[in-house]
Ligand binder design. Sequence first.
Ligand code: SAM
Length: 154
Amino acid sequence: MSDIRPHEVQISVPDPEDARLYFIGRIRTPWTDRKACPRQGKEDGPDCQVEIFEPWVPALQGIEDYARIELLYWLNQARRDLVIQNPGHNDGTFGTFALRSPVRPNLIGTSLVKLVSVDGPVLTVRGLDCLDGTPLVDVKPDRCSFTPKAPPKD
Ligand code: SAM
């Protein structure tokens, strides 16, 4: 990819060290065009579906107890080779790690979403901002409401 904005800096990226991620599901949203996606999801946004693939479905056990969950997803249509970006198409540039842009070396996006319902392998959530078909990397309970169990006594 070489179509960059004024003042942006592109690098030649090294071969990735393979983290061997599993795509554990797929996110279904109303958006098929990046420009139509919200920049950050909102809880008054539309219901979206998160489909969990086998053999990961049993890993959902207990998720229904949470009002909010965190989703991690792979922003698969973004480029990975910019270290300086120009999000406003003007003179204002920012380092990639000072932005929540989808363009980054590892294409991980996160959203804290409202869990509306759980129906077998399908979670209905509100608060997403990604394209229809975006691969899912992980699901975690909202860290604020998660209380780890006490360690077993000796
Ligand atoms: N909420 C996440 C975060 O903060 O990590 C993502 C924020 S990012 C600014 C959201 C934007 O990424 C959307 O507005 C859209 O332009 C773009 N986007 C969404 N899904 C994408 C995908 N699958 N591949 C590439 N870009 C995507």
